[in-house]
Design a protein around this ligand. Structure first.
Ligand code: KG4
Ligand code: ZN
Length: 444
């Protein structure tokens, strides 16, 4: 079978997920996700209460080759060789002739800072058959990789790995902004279905709200690739606030889902609070949920700009815990108090997001609201925005829960959007290719 369509291998290593995806664009415009692999290191970072950059880098290095091999297996049915973990000298002695001496030297130089990644990759490619190697080369059109924002040591693993693959297969490299990936994640669900699907049309102008462990941003979008950052957090990101409140309540990292579960328990036990606070929202008020013993601030909700602040909200939680414990002369909050505080925190965070976002939608006359980033896995925030957009006739695009957190499918989709826009990426011989590097603070 001849494959003439664009097929992108996408790599994401900006934080604590090592992810590979392979996305093919068909002649009729459909995009299929041929492979979607995500390996989360969250459990390892849990004991540090956050992502530990040196460990993230080491884990990306270690998991890179096995995950790549499983992506090629899933997408192209390339058998995973038993010898893939062979040491470099073993690999050199193998009869494999997929990678010549010159390329080996180049690979070793590109990956000189990446632990055993050069020897792992060379061992892998020397161990697969020549026809499998040729098939990868024939089918891949380009390599997409996140080049920022994120943790630089972690980003470098993906970038150096991507440069290596681009060099081995002589394919162009597409450096992709992680936040643009979160925006594109809302387009992925049809591509993820069994037969793939067309990227849905989006009515512009649009507003994107990006909420993750590292970011809280409002972006105005006039068309694809035309972004303008209109607001962002002045201190902690919302996901970071969730994680810190989780730690305060004795819950493990990443804390978002745990805090959210507590809040949900409180709300199910107090169904009247939902209806009341919703009715008040329609009048533009932002009250604490009734019946909740805790009352937290809504930081910056009335500021004229589109910036956010979540550090004060986290500190208010800290004081609430401290004062309550002191007043009741106890060691910690009761389970019900933890649930109540989680619910009030979630309500406060959601109120601020909602208020600023709706104001941006009005000012920019947006027809579409896009919400991306790990925090939109949150059921309460999803539900609130769905109700609001329904009421105000705005089309809401949010990713499937599995695509809300970091993954490479969203990175590959951006590359496909760029190709559709006429971009060709950077070939290994170009100066732009050499210039691709990690940008920890890259903005849209
Ligand atoms: O986008 P992401 O996977 O990584 C970054 O680029 O930061 O987002 C991870 C963040 C973490 O802070 C995590 O606690 C939060 O998303 N998160 C949630 C939920 N699931 C993940 N926050 C609130 N509710 C959730 N259900
Ligand atoms: Zn992210």
């Amino acid at each position: 079978m001849k494959h003439t369509n664009d097929t992108i291998l996408a790599i994401e290593t900006s934080c604590d997920e090592t992810a590979f995806s392979i996305l093919q664009r068909h002649d009729d415009g459909r995009i299929s996700v041929l492979s979607h692999k995500v390996h989360s290191q969250a459990d390892l970072h849990a004991e540090f209460g956050g992502v530990f950059p040196a460990m993230a880098k080491r884990e990306h290095d270690k998991n890179f080759t096995p995950l790549l091999a499983s992506a090629f297996k899933e997408a192209f049915d390339i058998a995973i060789p038993e010898t893939m973990t062979a040491e470099a000298d073993q690999a050199e002695n193998k009869s494999g002739s997929n990678i010549n001496e010159q390329t080996t030297l180049t690979v070793e130089s590109i990956l000189s800072r990446e632990d055993d990644l050069a020897s792992d990759l060379i061992a892998y490619f020397q161990s697969i058959s020549e026809s499998d190697f040729a098939m990868i080369k024939e089918r891949l059109t380009g390599i997409a990789v996140t080049h920022g924002p994120g943790l630089e040591p972690a980003l470098w693993v993906g970038i150096s790995g991507a440069k290596t693959l681009a060099t081995i297969f002589d394919k162009p490299l597409f450096p992709i902004n992680h936040m643009e990936g979160h925006i594109a994640s809302v387009l992925a669900s049809s591509a993820m279905s069994e037969h793939g699907g067309k990227v849905p049309d989006v009515s512009f102008p649009a507003i994107a709200l990006l909420i993750s462990g590292g970011h809280t941003e409002l972006v105005s979008i006039s068309s694809w690739h035309q972004y303008s950052l209109i607001g962002q957090t002045v201190d902690d990101a919302i996901g970071e606030a969730y994680d810190k409140v989780a730690r305060l309540l004795g819950l493990p990292y990443p804390g978002g889902p745990h805090v959210s579960r507590l809040a949900e328990t409180w709300r199910s036990a107090h169904p009247e609070s939902d209806a009341k606070s919703h009715a008040k929202h329609q009048h533009g008020l932002t009250p604490s949920a009734e019946h909740n013993e805790f009352s937290l601030p809504r930081p910056m909700i009335h500021s004229k700009d589109y910036n956010f602040s979540f550090s004060g909200l986290k500190t208010a939680c800290l004081y609430a815990v401290r004062d309550t414990i002191k007043a009741q002369d106890d060691q910690s909050l009761s389970q019900e108090q933890k649930e109540a505080l989680a619910a009030e925190f979630e309500q406060a965070a959601s109120d601020v997001l909602r208020s600023k976002t709706m104001r941006a939608i009005e000012e920019y006359a947006a027809q579409t609201l896009i919400i991306g980033g790990g925090v939109i896995a949150n059921q309460f925030i999803r539900k609130n925005f769905a109700a609001l957009c329904d009421e105000s006739d705005i089309s809401l695009l949010i990713p499937d829960k599995s695509l809300a957190t970091d993954n490479a499918t969203m990175i590959g989709l951006v590359a496909h959007l760029q190709i559709a826009d006429g971009k060709t990426g950077f070939l290994p011989t170009s100066a732009e290719f050499s210039d691709v590097r990690a940008h920890g603070n890259l903005s849209l």
